[in-house]
Design a protein around this ligand. Structure first.
Ligand code: HEM
Length: 390
């Protein structure tokens, strides 16, 4: 009974929206009338107080009654429990994805080796194939950068002191995390990956989003990133507090605070931020504006080269403080970016990576794989995939 209810209830978005509908869903699935089960037939009312059924009572409810009470009580209890745990019914406004993650969680618990049920190579290909689909008028012609940013922001909430946050759980599906200022614009990436989720329903969102980052880096020409499956999706209760992701208007002390909290060292920090080789800032999302390099859909060490070779001047505008290259005024750097070359320790790695792209690729690959796995407890037999770019 409960299985039937859960499948019907969560498989169909029509049945999940309201408590009254939930109960309709329950009663519709009961193999008997709940009214009958409650004994609300004429025969159960004291003589002279007829119930509203005019049907003659065909059986005595007395023997069945306790059993039916228990059954109905159980069903209503289950319905209530699922109602309360539904992301859609959470008091926090739910953002966009339907409640099928609960259904998926059940599947994931049942399937403790998801790699036996998901063709990740095919998922990789399917993501690779949508990176430029419909992107003719989007930014620089690829969703790669925003997918990469989704992977990073879903993972970069990790705190090693209490093991909260990280990619496990995919909690950015829920408000308040989806509404955190740092995550503005990432709905674009989440919606894009929804098509892949539909095609491969057994993959968890947490695995899908991190794999999206891997595909994006590799398909934009970056290094191979080893990747393991095994993350599970959780509920809105596990959303992380706002303020865990870095603020572009702050400098090296803040950058260290944020990345040390996750467990990274200076060299890993510089390598990771080298991802700003791709993508751009959007005034309507972060308030900042412009790309870091002249090739924002190619994963290269250009971020470090531009940082060291251009002369950076404050942008003259009414927006937040940022820098533009003096020569063309088209590239940008955040105060946080430029702090990497101002800080003696960080600068060592900026210079190293500007000189040696292979070294940058090798270090980025290690640090990014680590980022995507922060806080995730993989089953011991989880395989590591190394995908070839298409
Ligand atoms: C101090 C650390 C960092 C700061 C302050 C920072 C800040 C920002 C800001 C303000 C944006 C612009 C968002 C927008 O307006 O759309 C951005 C974009 C981006 N960031 Fe970072 N970021 C940091 C580290 C990282 C790391 C570690 C990665 C990846 C490993 C990353 C990957 C990206 C990508 C790919 C974009 C472009 C997104 C797009 O084009 O839509 N960032 N970042």
């Amino acid at each position: 009974m409960s299985k039937l209810f859960i499948r019907q209830g969560w498989g169909s978005s029509r049945l999940v929206a309201s408590p009254s509908r939930t109960l309709v869903g329950v009663s519709g699935l009961l193999p008997f009338s709940p009214r009958g089960a409650l004994g609300l037939t004429q025969a159960t009312f004291p003589r002279g107080q007829r119930g509203y059924s005019s049907e003659p009572n065909r059986r005595s409810p007395s023997r069945l009654q306790p059993f039916l009470y228990a059954l109905l009580g159980g069903s209503v209890g289950l319905a209530l429990a699922h109602y309360l745990h539904s992301p859609e019914n959470n008091v926090i406004p739910y953002t966009h994805e339907k409640a099928h993650d609960i259904h998926d969680q059940k599947e994931q618990r049942a399937v403790n080796a998801p790699w036996k049920h998901v063709d990740y190579q095919q998922v990789y290909k399917d993501i690779a194939n949508i990176l430029e689909e419909g992107a003719e008028d989007y930014d620089d012609g690829s969703f790669g950068p925003v997918l990469l940013r989704l992977a990073w922001h879903s993972s970069g909430t990790y705190s090693k002191s209490d093991h909260t946050g990280g990619s496990n759980g995919a909690t950015m599906r829920y408000a308040p995390e989806s509404n955190h200022g740092a995550n503005r614009g990432l709905d674009v990436a989440r919606h894009k990956l929804e098509d892949i989720k539909k095609k491969h329903p057994a993959i968890s969102y947490a695995d899908l989003w991190t794999l999206g980052g891997v595909v994006s880096v590799q398909e934009m020409g970056g290094p191979q990133i080893p990747w393991r499956p095994g993350r599970a999706d959780t509920t809105a209760d596990n959303c992380t507090p706002d303020g865990r992701l870095p603020d572009g208007s702050l400098k090296q002390d803040h950058v260290r605070d944020v990345f040390y909290r996750m467990g990274f060292n200076d060299q890993e920090i510089v390598a990771l931020i080298g991802a700003h080789a791709v993508g751009r800032c959007h005034a309507e999302r972060s308030g900042f504006d412009g790309p870091w390099t002249f090739s924002p859909t190619s994963f290269t060490n250009e971020y470090f080269n531009q940082m060291l070779t251009q002369e950076w001047v404050p942008k003259k505008w009414s927006g937040p403080k940022q820098f533009v290259d003096k020569a063309t005024g088209t590239l940008m750097m955040l105060p946080a970016d430029l702090s990497l070359k101002e800080d003696k320790e960080f600068r060592k790695y900026v210079e190293l990576y500007a000189k040696d792209e292979q070294k940058f690729f090798a270090d980025f690959s290690k640090a990014f794989a680590k980022l995507l796995e922060l806080g995730v407890e993989f089953p011991p037999d989880a395989p590591t995939y190394r995908f070839e770019p298409l």
